[in-house]
Design a protein around this ligand. Structure first.
Ligand code: NCD
Length: 471
């Protein structure tokens, strides 16, 4: 089977199937063994490197990768250096940069910014981190490292530590691990738990089971670390489901394959509230922890940069993988870019073919009825983008009605609904209903009108419908 990724974008890790991820790894293996022979693979190609947030590893490894492939790099590193500072929209910038370069790599503080660039640029776009949303190429480096060290990606047990709320690397990684059948232990700093929309996706789209354990005192008493939740893939052990309290003890006593540590994402904390929490204890990985039962064979991973959550004493420990993870960024990004540019294709055995087709065809909601994404950091909420951008959502569930922003993937639960069919332009028939009434089931997605509030419905000429009675 030939894997061809020409002209594709990588905005989230879900843009690549399991088979395509394996293809990137196989090409990265080949390229790292024959580095000197790669210098004309992307000759004549230009990569635009747009880094509007601090970066060392990601930017330099992308740039090193393109240089090693024989291509060239144009770059900006600050919004202040670009016309974005003059009030230009991301869409306009994307169109223009797409006409100068063959591939765009973007890092931006707004969640969903990379999606907008991909929508407007005519060349492949790689998300190198968009706010607290995703960082798919870091996940490729992480999975590649796990695969090299553990010899498989299937059925592993991985603990995710630290800032799981704003750490974009753990969001992409959790989706990928779920697809490869991993069990995950979530061990967040208090208040920085995995966001609900990530948890929901893990359980609904990846069909795994989530066991929440935030208050299990026995676990702490046992000398083991307190957990927020455990994610078990559909193929995982059944004991957990049947007898949770016993199941969790058994789960913790068996070995963890990897601990993935992240730093506190200080720059993303809510200005009020979360900053004060930062003094609270943050999980720290050190030699003492790695002596505990269950961790003796555990590899230690970190996307870097580290601050205080990972002791320097771990650097000499053979289980520490973080510098290897960073070093592998170059062959991984060489492989990915040469595939997206169509400069290489990869032959894979059939068994490694695309085993995962994520894209669910959720209905889209993009009517202008005042429904907005609530995430203040979402690209759709920014003044420069509001001029052209429609608020767009996937309707992902009906009980309760749940809309997922197509840019940042945060979810909202609007409270009122109506149908465009019933009133057919006749003002007297314009009625709205509560979103949790049975009326929702009677309206086809393409006719659905959604409001955030009664005032919004009334402002558009709708009157309250009699509860439960169809017009
Ligand atoms: C991460 C990032 O930027 O999200 N770093 C990286 O790309 N290796 C992690 C972080 O900044 O904490």
């Amino acid at each position: 089977m030939v894997v061809d990724l020409e002209k594709r974008d990588v905005v989230t890790i879900e843009d690549l199937s399991n088979g395509e991820i394996e293809a990137v790894f196989s090409l990265a293996d080949e390229m790292s063994q024959t580095m000197a022979e790669q210098s004309s693979v992307c000759q004549g190609k230009i990569m635009a490197s747009l880094f509007f947030e601090p970066s060392t590893r990601t930017r330099l490894s992308f740039e090193a990768a393109m240089n090693r492939l024989g291509g060239r790099v144009i770059s900006v590193m600050e919004i202040g250096q670009t016309s974005l500072a003059k009030g230009e929209s991301i869409a306009d910038m994307a169109r223009v940069v797409g006409s100068y370069a063959d591939i765009i790599v973007i890092r931006h503080p707004w969640e969903g910014a990379a999606r907008v660039v991909a929508d407007y640029a005519d060349v492949p776009v790689i998300n190198a981190g968009d706010g607290g949303h995703e960082h798919p190429t870091q996940t490729l480096c992480d999975l590649y490292t796990i695969k090299k060290e553990r010899k498989t990606l299937e059925g592993l047990k991985i603990a995710l530590w630290g800032d799981l709320k704003y750490g974009r690397t753990v969001h992409s990684l959790a989706y990928a691990l779920a697809r490869f059948g991993a069990t995950m232990h979530f061990r967040p700093r208090r208040g920085l738990e995995m966001p609900e929309h990530v948890m929901r996706k893990l359980t609904t789209e990846y069909a795994g089971r989530l066991e929440r354990y935030n208050a299990v005192k026995d676990v702490e008493k046992d000398g083991l670390f307190p957990l927020d939740a455990v994610y078990v893939t559909p193929s995982g052990p059944h004991q957990l489901a049947n007898i949770p309290a016993v199941g969790i003890q058994m789960e913790l006593k068996t070995d963890v394959d990897a601990i993935y540590v992240t730093r506190l994402q200080k720059e993303r904390l809510e200005p009020a509230g979360e900053a004060g929490e930062s003094e609270r204890s943050y999980p720290v990985v050190d030699k003492k922890l790695l002596r505990e039962k269950g961790f003796r064979e555990t590899i230690v991973m970190h996307p870097l940069p580290r601050v205080d959550e990972l002791a320097y004493e771990m650097d000499a420990d053979p289980r520490s993988m973080y510098f290897k993870q960073a070093a592998r960024g170059v062959p991984i990004r060489m492989a990915l870019m040469s595939l997206l540019l169509g400069a290489r294709k990869v032959e894979l055995p059939e068994s490694k073919g695309p085993s995962f087709a994520h894209h669910r065809d959720y209905p889209v909601y993009d009517r202008d009825t005042g429904v907005r994404c609530r995430n203040r950091n979402c690209v759709s909420r920014q003044g420069t983008e509001a001029r052209y951008m429609k608020h767009k959502f996937h309707i992902v569930a009906s009980e309760p009605l749940t809309l997922r922003c197509i840019y940042c993937e945060h979810e909202i639960h609007p409270r009122y609904i109506a149908s465009s069919k019933w009133h057919q332009g006749i003002v007297e028939k314009k009625r709205y209903y509560s979103a949790d009434s049975f009326m929702l089931a009677r309206i086809r997605p393409e006719n659905l009108i959604i409001f955030d509030s009664e005032a919004a419905a009334e402002a558009q000429g709708f009157k309250p419908g009699k509860r439960g009675k169809a017009p």
